[in-house]
Design a protein around this ligand. Structure first.
Ligand code: ASP
Length: 337
């Protein structure tokens, strides 16, 4: 089932988890308490560390990341392992194995990762390797480069022990076959054909890392690369300030260098929520913007552990795990008309 179909079903899965030095039990919250949590946690939460946020409804992924953080792991390990959960989930048709293919039937993955020192690694147009985010981490840690593409990225992954496999599942192949019947290729994205997983975490030491992984726009042109592996567009982390990750029509995010913009706006004093809103307004207020035809969403966190999320259209959401509560939070959005 697609993540967006869960949007109205906020979930609580954290039960009696140790959070920083506090023990928080939350399994038996009343519905009033849940409402109160949902209403306040996106922008005004008490900044108890560690915390993790992710795009869309990915409570298994944020649970994994929090498990790493609670065990004393760092934010970099947390975001990598959190993203890996979705990459391995064949039912998710926008990330890793099972991702929808390009218009020629090839599943091609984009991913990146960035650490507290500003180091980063990315892979673009990677084929046949499920855990693109881990390959991106290897690029960051084991090469003098930031980005590897296509066959070179795959060869590098194989040299690091990643096993090639067929990423096109029967379900995604069927969807592609159906799409081919009409095959009206439009290089735009709407709320039905995307879902990048972007994840940001702050560990117990207060250090921030982020990661992002996607199969990109479904039925895209062969060779197309979106924003997700582009540092500053799909993801940006500045450990002094905060971090941001994007989802939606990558072309629009790239044109506004969206994630870097959000972090810079936070540097200037905006809250994560205000910064996400300003970055969306840069897109929708362009002369002749056709924003009604596409979706873009941002999530952000600042050094204090405050978070925000905002999108052009309704039904974007963020999953947040903090204070023992792993919940989906519906984002506010621009296009309310
Ligand atoms: N941002 C991604 C891209 O343009 C798509 C997505 O968010 O799913 O490739």
């Amino acid at each position: 089932m697609k993540r967006r179909h869960f949007i109205k079903n906020a979930s609580l899965t954290g039960v009696g988890l140790a959070v920083g030095s506090t023990l928080v039990g939350c399994a038996e919250k009343t519905s009033e308490e849940k409402k109160a949590t949902a209403a306040t946690s996106s922008t005004h939460s008490k900044a108890t560390l560690p915390l993790v946020i992710a795009t869309w409804h990915v409570i298994d992924a944020t649970a994994k990341a929090m498990e790493v953080l609670q065990a004393g792991g760092n934010a970099l390990d947390a975001v990598e392992q959190g993203c890996m959960v979705e990459e391995a989930n064949e039912k998710g048709q926008s990330v890793g194995k099972g991702g929808l293919p390009d218009r020629d039937g090839n599943v091609t993955l984009d991913a990146c990762i960035m650490d507290k020192h500003g180091n980063c690694g990315s892979v673009v147009y990677l084929q046949s390797i499920t855990h693109a985010v881990s390959v991106a981490r290897k690029v960051m840690e084991d090469t003098p480069h930031v980005m590897l593409a296509g066959e070179g990225a795959k060869q590098f992954a194989v040299s690091k022990g990643f096993e090639p496999e067929d990423l096109l599942t029967e379900a995604s192949k069927d969807a592609w076959e159906k799409w081919k019947v009409e095959a009206k290729y439009k290089p735009i994205i709407n709320i039905e054909n995307h879902d990048t997983i972007g994840m940001l975490a702050i560990d117990k030491n207060g250090d921030i890392s982020g990661a992002c992984t996607t199969s990109g726009l479904a039925y895209k042109m062969g060779g197309r690369v979106g924003d997700s592996p582009i540092i500053g567009s799909g993801l940006f982390v500045d450990n002094e300030i905060g971090a941001c990750v994007a989802t939606g029509l990558g072309e629009e995010v790239v044109k506004t260098v969206g994630s870097f913009l959000v972090v810079e706006l936070m540097r200037q004093g905006k809250s994560p929520q205000e910064a996400c809103e300003e970055a969306i307004s840069r897109i929708v207020n362009k002369p002749n913007s056709n924003y009604k035809d596409f979706q873009v969403g941002y999530i952000a966190v600042n050094k204090k552990g405050e978070t925000g999320s905002y999108s052009i259209h309704q039904w974007f959401s963020m999953t947040k795990f903090q204070n023992g509560v792993n919940e989906q939070i519906q984002s506010d959005y621009f296009n309310k008309a």
